[in-house]
Design a protein around this ligand. Structure first.
Ligand code: FES
Length: 155
């Protein structure tokens, strides 16, 4: 007897997608392995690092800890979905200008977490920016880039 397979429909980065998923599949697995959106990383795969962060319905979620079936009918935004007309999102620009990349592996997760924060609150308190990057809070560069985004966002 084969594994149960269901069709899941979701809008990913503005494009309607339909994929066959099994109940065990995480959103991270489906994005990377079925939709080839490898900008979303898999780090710890246990909800501890945030490298896999994407937006689901505008909220930051750890895609490794989110079943793909939960995204059925939902709107998913990955790092590939930021920016427009070939231009980077302001958050991506701020990260680049502050060289807030470290090794680069978890940067998409940082950026998506920052995106959710600023979408919800364009003028966050520093404690909120710290919480948004809590998984790697000992580093200062992502926080510096958030401060820059905050300043540019007001202009
Ligand atoms: S891969 Fe680390 S929280 Fe998802």
């Amino acid at each position: 007897m084969g594994a149960r397979v269901e069709r899941v429909k979701m809008n990913v980065n503005g494009i309607d997608r339909e994929v066959e998923v099994e109940p065990w599949m995480s959103l991270n697995f489906v994005l990377r392995e079925k939709l080839s959106l490898t900008g979303t990383k898999k780090g710890c795969d246990t909800g501890g690092c945030g490298a896999c962060t994407v937006l689901l319905g505008g909220e930051a979620v750890y895609s490794c800890m989110t079943y793909a079936m939960k995204a059925d009918g939902g709107r998913v935004t990955t790092i590939e979905g930021l920016g427009s007309d070939g231009n980077l999102d302001l958050i991506q620009v701020a990260y680049a200008e502050h060289y807030a990349l470290q090794c680069g592996y978890c940067t998409p997760g940082f950026i998506m977490s920052t995106k959710a924060l600023f979408d919800a609150n364009p003028d966050p308190h520093s404690s909120e920016t710290s919480a948004a990057v809590r998984a790697t809070r000992r580093y200062s560069r992502p926080r510096s880039s958030m401060k820059q985004k905050k300043r540019k966002g007001r202009a």
